[in-house]
Design a protein around this ligand. Sequence first.
Ligand SMILES: Cc1cc2nc3c(=O)[nH]c(=O)nc-3n(C[C@H](O)[C@H](O)[C@H](O)COP(=O)(O)OP(=O)(O)OC[C@H]3O[C@@H](n4cnc5c(N)ncnc54)[C@H](O)[C@@H]3O)c2cc1C
Length: 461
Amino acid sequence: MAQGKLDGRIYDLVGVGFGPSNLALAATIREEAESRQSEELSTLFLESKEEFAWHPDMLFKGTTIQLSFLKDLVTLRNPQSRYSFLVYLKEAGRLIDFINLRTFFPSRAEFNDYYRWVAKQLDDMVQYGHRVTAIEPIEDEAGRVDFIRVTYQNLADGSEESCLARNLVFATGGTAKLPEGMTTTDDGRVFHCGNFLSQIETHFSDQQAAHEFVIVGSGQSAVEIFQYLYENYPQADITATLRRFAYQPADESHFVNTIFHPEMTDFLFDLPEADRERLISEHYDTNYSAVDLDLLAEVYKELYERKVEGNEQIRVRSMLELRELELLEGGRVRAHFFDLIKQAEEQIEADSVLLATGYERTGIPPLLDSLSRYLRKDGHGCLETDRQYRAVGQDGFRPQVFLQGFCEHTHGLSDTLLSVLPIRSKEIFDELSREHLQIEIQTDGELREPVGAAFASEGRG
Ligand SMILES: Cc1cc2nc3c(=O)[nH]c(=O)nc-3n(C[C@H](O)[C@H](O)[C@H](O)COP(=O)(O)OP(=O)(O)OC[C@H]3O[C@@H](n4cnc5c(N)ncnc54)[C@H](O)[C@@H]3O)c2cc1C
């Protein structure tokens, strides 16, 4: 734990990660300050990537977003926002062409370009290429915590810096979920879909070679990767494996989709825990281990056409559970499966096993460990959060710590998705702006004249 001295710049808000969640918040902060003609919260977002990129290793041709473009960063909050997808299209000179596409679901590449267009306008709020390495409370002599020190590493030269945050918003996304006991390798033999394009392009650059691939997983990413591989590696032998009997279509039907409406957050949050859990698990297949019906039809058709041709290079094998990965001499890998129907072991050898096994956001994110003794835990071993996505602090802990993307079990299935970003960011902004203070501390720890009276009365430095 850091002690006393307040060295480094103080920000009203430091954001960890600059994906869509914190991008939506940045847009809200800027736009609200403009419309209220008030001073903007002093904010720094820290992002380890060198520039804005939305899941860049899964951005390939043919993939589309899985929600309406009207659920962009802002429209649900302010349909007149200058950061909307429609304004982006207008500026890009494609508005009429997009309208003529007659779709609500632009490509992921285009949506990423839209996000980058917004991010560019908010560049002054972000430091890219900086990874947050530590988040520590600063305790004063009385044991009170008013500030959080955020330490971050410049990934270009390895140097470290830190700053002080009056409030923190944590939006680092999920981390790769691997089957129990398994790890990825550096040589492309075993990797997670979160690194798909960079790994495949690095280790399997010859697209005409007869590589052998095994894919593990039954969700959208698994099937997208399957399609990408058979389209781009025409000589490859590809086995797509899944534990269940068949790929399940994502339920996008109208009534079910209302589970992603913003007002569902209040509804779910207020439910008794058991009812909330039941409702969330009943609608799990709107997002998890579920695949776009159109994509399933395309892949099924491909398999059928190959059957007609007598081409047996690609296949789907269901009811196979991956139990172990064995790295072999000569750069290959042997996947040990258990056939859940035959109740027998089965091995498949390949050049690479691609794990499309999802992402994890459970428990307390390791970066927040050092704060955890000041924050309350819930019965799931997670940080307890209130309706405004704020971790509930113990007495004497003043900073507000907001979590974006880690509250699914309390706030519902939208939490890890894009559906409620504009509304969530406004809710967080409203909490922050309640105690908006402009504070500047000199780097030697001396307090400069603060604008905010509340801070001045607490007089520390
Ligand atoms: C391939 C794919 C497609 C998807 N498509 C959809 C979709 O169509 N619709 C939908 O609703 N959801 C979709 N999702 C779900 C996805 O979670 C959201 O799209 C969205 O990315 C969540 O945004 P986020 O900002 O919370 O997290 P992320 O997008 O994961 O962003 C987190 C950011 O934090 C940065 N970061 C992490 N740790 C640190 C650190 N220590 N220091 C500094 N920076 C850090 C990361 O580099 C990253 O840029 C998709 C997910 C995937 C994987």
